[in-house]
Design a protein around this ligand. Structure first.
Ligand SMILES: *[C@@H]1O[C@H](CO)[C@@H](O)[C@H](O)[C@H]1NC(C)=O
Ligand SMILES: *[C@@H]1O[C@H](CO)[C@@H](O)[C@H](O)[C@H]1NC(C)=O
Ligand SMILES: *[C@@H]1O[C@H](CO)[C@@H](O)[C@H](O)[C@H]1NC(C)=O
Ligand SMILES: [Zn+2]
Length: 477
């Protein structure tokens, strides 16, 4: 009896857990997608098997082995962090153009746009009560400065917006708010970072802090974007570590007054940057595009090796490998290096606007911006018919264990801007369970990358783009 109760209880717990993660994208293998009947196309797709093998061999054990990793390493070591609007970002764009020209790919265009340039200067948080302690801090993008002497006040802690909304204005006015929401998924928890300052300011707070958006920490604060509202006072806002958020919360819960002094200085201006477009022209329908992409800018901490150096370099490699192997598809394969993703998908929005009269020519758009760990497949947005075709293509990647199709409505970051208008697209689905440990921190360095996994991503990315660019039908909308 006891045993049976225990088993039932375990099943109940598991059910609870599963219902909690309902916001995760649905994972489906191709065979689970119902009513896929793509007729003769299945046979045509199967015939690409030898091309896939050639590309995988060339990248995983042939002349391109470790090339993506070595080039990424040189790149991030040379430039380091590449924040939107900085000269180092522009220099890194020039470097990528040269690197591509050295491979005899010359169909390269850059498109200028205005981007935000937010520069972090001094940042310091000191706990004054109940004891003196340095609090590790990273200001959030676009945060305003404090006065030179900083802002000093006591802290009120909230574990959710619900709890915050229930608190009377008098309780928050003049205080420093700490949003201390425990990480569930990035999508769910990041709103405390993006919206926290506006919400806190609406109730008269003098500054807003957020528990870093991560499930794991070795006292590392995680920066990221946040958005002020037009008619709401702009208050200084920053991320602190899980450890310090927990410490402050423990004092607070015990009823002890926690007083902080926050000093933050930064500057903000507008600069010019560029999206970079590299075309490997199609033979039959060069106006039709299969886009592979990643963003070249990064936050100002770490090296931007993972976010998004990996995505940048697998997308750089795709047209180069096709050129080297003389695999010229019917449609054009276009690599795009987006600029100013981190400050709000600025480059992608400018591209969408500039090219909106030809968006019908985008056959499929791909982005890698969630890690380049072992590839597992694609997270695909599009009609059922579109997904059936992609699922059939993914079958060709069983040998490298990358056949999973995840259904999503909003893949990638930049490309959501284009996919929301009905263009089919996908992001790289990969074994990125630890991605958010490093995301937007000083820890985003080459040490996170793995050469074998990066090779697999490169081969997968290249072969998928080739097949979609070459098959006899357009991806339906
Ligand atoms: C801000 O306030 C002005 C003046 O009251 C108003 O016209 C405008 O619509 C407001 N903007 C927003 C985003 O609420
Ligand atoms: C889209 O507009 C641009 C600029 O006006 C033009 O150069 C281009 O040819 C147009 N493309 C199509 C497909 O109409
Ligand atoms: C293959 O991928 C699945 C997830 O799609 C994963 O659970 C499994 O461990 C992977 N197998 C290998 C050998 O990496
Ligand atoms: Zn990114």
């Amino acid at each position: 009896m006891y045993l049976m109760c225990k088993v039932l209880f375990t099943i109940f717990l598991r059910f609870l857990l599963i219902s909690q993660v309902h916001s995760l994208p649905k994972k489906k293998s191709y065979s689970e997608i119902k009513s896929c009947n793509i007729g003769n196309l299945a046979e045509e797709i199967a015939s690409y098997d030898s091309v896939v093998r050639d590309i995988v061999d060339y990248v995983v054990s042939g002349p391109f082995k470790r090339k993506t990793y070595d080039e990424l390493e040189k790149f991030v070591d040379m430039f380091g962090a590449r924040i939107s609007g900085s000269q180092v970002l522009e220099d890194s764009i020039d470097y990528m153009i040269k690197l591509t020209q050295d491979e005899d790919l010359t169909d390269i265009v850059t498109e200028e746009l205005e981007v935000p340039h937010w520069v972090r200067e001094q940042e310091k948080i000191t706990m004054l009560e109940p004891r003196s302690k340095n609090i590790a801090v990273l200001g959030l993008g676009r945060s305003v400065s404090t006065p030179p002497e900083g802002v000093t006040s006591d802290v009120v802690v909230f574990s959710s917006f619900k709890e915050f909304d229930d608190a009377p204005i008098e309780y928050v006015e003049g205080k420093i708010v700490l949003f201390n929401a425990i990480y569930t998924t990035y999508g769910e928890t990041a709103s405390y970072r993006t919206q926290g300052a506006v919400r806190a300011a609406e109730k008269g707070a003098v500054a807003s802090l957020v528990r870093s958006i991560t499930p794991f920490s070795i006292n590392s604060p995680h920066t990221g974007s946040q958005y002020y509202s037009e008619n709401v006072t702009k208050i200084p806002t920053a991320a602190i570590t899980l450890e310090d958020a927990d410490l402050i919360n423990r004092f607070y819960t015990r009823g002890e007054k926690v007083v902080l002094n926050i000093k933050m200085q930064s500057s903000f201006e507008t600069k010019t940057s560029r999206n970079t477009l590299i075309d490997f022209k199609g033979t039959k329908n060069p106006e039709k595009l299969v886009i592979v992409s990643g963003h070249i800018d990064s936050w100002d901490v770490g090296q931007g090796a993972m976010d998004d150096g990996g995505g940048l370099f697998v997308s750089w490699a795709a047209p180069i490998i096709l050129k080297r192997l003389n695999l010229r598809p019917k449609r054009t394969v276009r690599a795009i290096f987006w600029t100013a993703e981190e400050l709000g998908l600025i480059g992608a929005a400018a591209y969408a606007e500039k090219h909106k009269n030809e968006s019908h020519n985008i056959n499929f758009i791909m982005e890698s911006d969630e890690g380049t760990f072992a590839p597992r497949g694609l997270a695909v947005a599009g009609t059922q018919e579109a997904r059936c075709i992609i699922a059939e293509i993914l079958k060709l990647f069983e040998s490298i264990n990358a056949s999973t199709l995840v259904e999503t409505d909003s893949p990638g970051s930049d490309i959501t801007v284009i996919v929301k208008d009905g263009v089919p697209g996908a992001s790289l689905h990969n074994a990125n369970e630890n991605y958010f440990w490093f995301h937007h921190t000083e820890g985003d360095t080459m040490n996170v990358e793995n050469p074998e996994e990066l090779d697999l991503c490169t081969a997968f990315w290249t072969a998928v783009a080739y097949i979609i660019a070459d098959i006899s039908v357009d991806i339906p909308r």
